[in-house]
Design a protein around this ligand. Structure first.
Ligand code: ZN
Length: 279
């Protein structure tokens, strides 16, 4: 399905991937009784209205983390599940101008106006932590906490689809220099995610449009260890006007030259736990 603001594609049984104008992604997962919307895109256009066209079931919204490109629909639904550590981010990063700027920077065919962006509104936050289970009727999704990219980042394990909806937790351009935990703490989070590896084969993230094989997780753990040992490639890079090191050299499209998938953008003052106190 396609609208002015969104494109949807069925990727598995009862799972629909929805892309926003800047390619940011969310997932509508349907059980027998209700549906879970994993992430809320940037709020450019009404995601709630688009989702209504896709399912008649009651829909709950859960945010993997509270960055501007993942939270927009929270202001339409008026409630969302979120890890307590990411609730402040809803207020810090949620203003409509920031979400508009994100889409403006990322959209190729750009016709968006400020009045197309869902304005901020009160949101009832329902806290979820590691181990919380969403029962959708005949299908359950399990919360795995993966603090790293943000302090309250979670991913959702869908055992029936052998998939993880992973937000920005681990990908080819994992941003670890704009906030979130140290690399040391991120490594521990990835080891926790890795402990579930017998239950999933692929990860569907917040960007990119395709699933990534689960080997990305051990790869990223290896990169954290190299960063901590000072043996990574330290490729200079820039993202969103800020400079960072990439653990591995890559091209403009974030493809690694050595065939690996994972990459981490970091700064040297955010490697160790004692450099990055918990907020
Ligand atoms: Zn993010």
């Amino acid at each position: 399905m396609k609208s002015r603001f969104f494109t949807s594609e069925k990727i598995m049984d009862n799972v629909t991937m929805i892309a926003g104008l800047a390619g940011e992604l969310c997932y509508l997962v349907e059980g027998r009784e209700k549906a879970l919307l994993v992430d809320g895109l940037s709020g450019a256009g009404s995601l709630k209205a688009f989702v209504r066209e896709l399912t008649d079931m009651p829909v709950e919204l859960v945010l993997t983390h509270s960055h501007p490109d993942h939270m927009g629909a929270a202001f339409e639904y008026g409630r969302c599940f979120i890890h307590p550590d990411d609730i402040p981010g809803l207020y810090e990063a949620g203003d409509a101008e920031r979400r508009y700027d994100f889409v403006r920077a990322g959209a190729k065919d750009f016709t968006l106006r400020m009045e197309d962006v869902i304005p901020c509104a009160p949101v009832r936050t329902l806290p979820v932590r590691d181990g919380y289970i969403f029962d959708l009727g005949g299908r359950s999704l399990e919360v795995i906490a993966v603090p790293g990219h943000t302090w309250g980042h979670i991913v959702l394990l869908d055992r029936s689809a052998r998939a993880v909806y992973s937000g920005d937790a681990v990908n080819c351009n994992t941003l670890m220099f704009l906030g979130g935990t140290s690399i040391e703490e991120y490594r521990e989070s990835l080891l926790h995610l890795q402990s579930f590896e017998s239950a999933y084969d692929v990860l569907w993230g917040g960007h990119g449009g395709v699933s990534v094989p689960k080997r990305i997780v051990p790869e990223a753990i290896g990169l954290c260890e190299e960063i901590m040992a000072g043996t990574d490639q330290k490729a200079p890079g820039e993202f969103m006007g800020r400079t960072a090191f990439y653990a591995r050299e890559k091209d403009e499209a974030f493809r690694r030259y050595d065939g690996g998938i994972a990459n981490i953008a970091y700064s040297t003052d955010r490697i160790w736990k004692n450099q990055v106190p918990r907020p």
